[in-house]
Design a protein around this ligand. Structure first.
Ligand SMILES: C[S@@+](CC[C@H](N)C(=O)[O-])C[C@H]1O[C@@H](n2cnc3c(N)ncnc32)[C@H](O)[C@@H]1O
Length: 225
């Protein structure tokens, strides 16, 4: 487990597990520099080019972001991931499907989000975030009231925050935060496995495939002011 201190807080999580394949090493050298962002200012040209901007926090192996980017070529999808093997897996998809509208932020998503101007984003996706089930680790959860408030400020009116988890205790935590504590900030719809939006609008992720428990899907739209 890695732990990195940032001005906006501390990141906990795995940053590397298996060794990269030689193909992934090649993509890190040749493709990552062309698609990566190190700060919001790197997006300058893209802001004019795309109709809408979405961010996925912790894209894992990148199934969800790769599919959405392929379906919505007029929008820009920024994937944030701190786990090197996840970044490598998304690079493979970008090359294989020749995807042009993904940018990768390799690091703690909160750093990038904090730099984004208010009211810019059309949507933010946080799918199957690490649940940190032990009581003493709860502060490590990405979904805290300050992170959600920051995301809320970066969304357009009507912009969406999509969350999913199969962890029962994290489900209660999320419901309390979003539908109770922050009820004045979002209009919330929730779904289960049988009512979840279709694959075209909400592609399945690797963790979703592995989930055996009930899943809570939340779509929170920033209230129009
Ligand atoms: C449980 S996995 C889920 C991956 C993927 N969303 C899915 O559903 O298959 C959570 C991922 O979030 C990433 N992550 C956790 N905190 C993060 C942060 N602050 N910034 C970027 N990525 C983060 C982890 O590295 C991990 O890959």
């Amino acid at each position: 487990m890695d732990c990195v201190d940032h001005p906006i807080g501390r990141f906990y999580g795995r940053m590397r597990s298996g060794k990269l394949t030689s193909d992934q090493e090649r993509l890190f050298k040749s493709l990552l520099p062309n698609v990566s962002l190190t700060s919001f200012s790197d997006l300058k040209d893209d802001l004019q080019k795309y109709k809408a901007i979405f961010i996925e926090v912790g894209f894992g192996c990148g199934e969800h972001i790769a599919q959405l980017a392929t379906l919505h070529k007029d929008s820009l999808f920024i994937g944030c991931e701190a786990f090197v093997n996840g970044v490598a897996a998304l690079l493979v998809k970008i090359e294989k499907f020749n995807i042009e509208n993904i940018r990768i932020f390799y690091g703690d998503a909160r750093l990038l989000i904090s730099e984004i101007p208010d009211g810019l984003l059309e949507g933010v996706f946080i799918l199957f975030p690490d649940p940190w089930p032990k009581r003493r680790h709860i502060k490590r959860r990405i979904l805290q009231s300050d992170t959600i408030a920051m995301i809320h400020s970066k969304l357009k009116d009507g912009g969406i925050l999509r969350i999913a988890t199969d962890h029962p205790e994290y489900q209660l935590w999320i419901k309390r935060l979003i539908t109770h504590d922050m009820a004045n900030m979002f209009e919330v719809k929730s779904f289960d496995r049988s009512t979840r939006p279709d694959e075209q609008s909400w592609p399945t992720t690797r963790y979703e495939c592995k989930a055996t428990d009930d899943i809570l899907y939340v779509e929170a739209s920033r209230r129009r002011v």
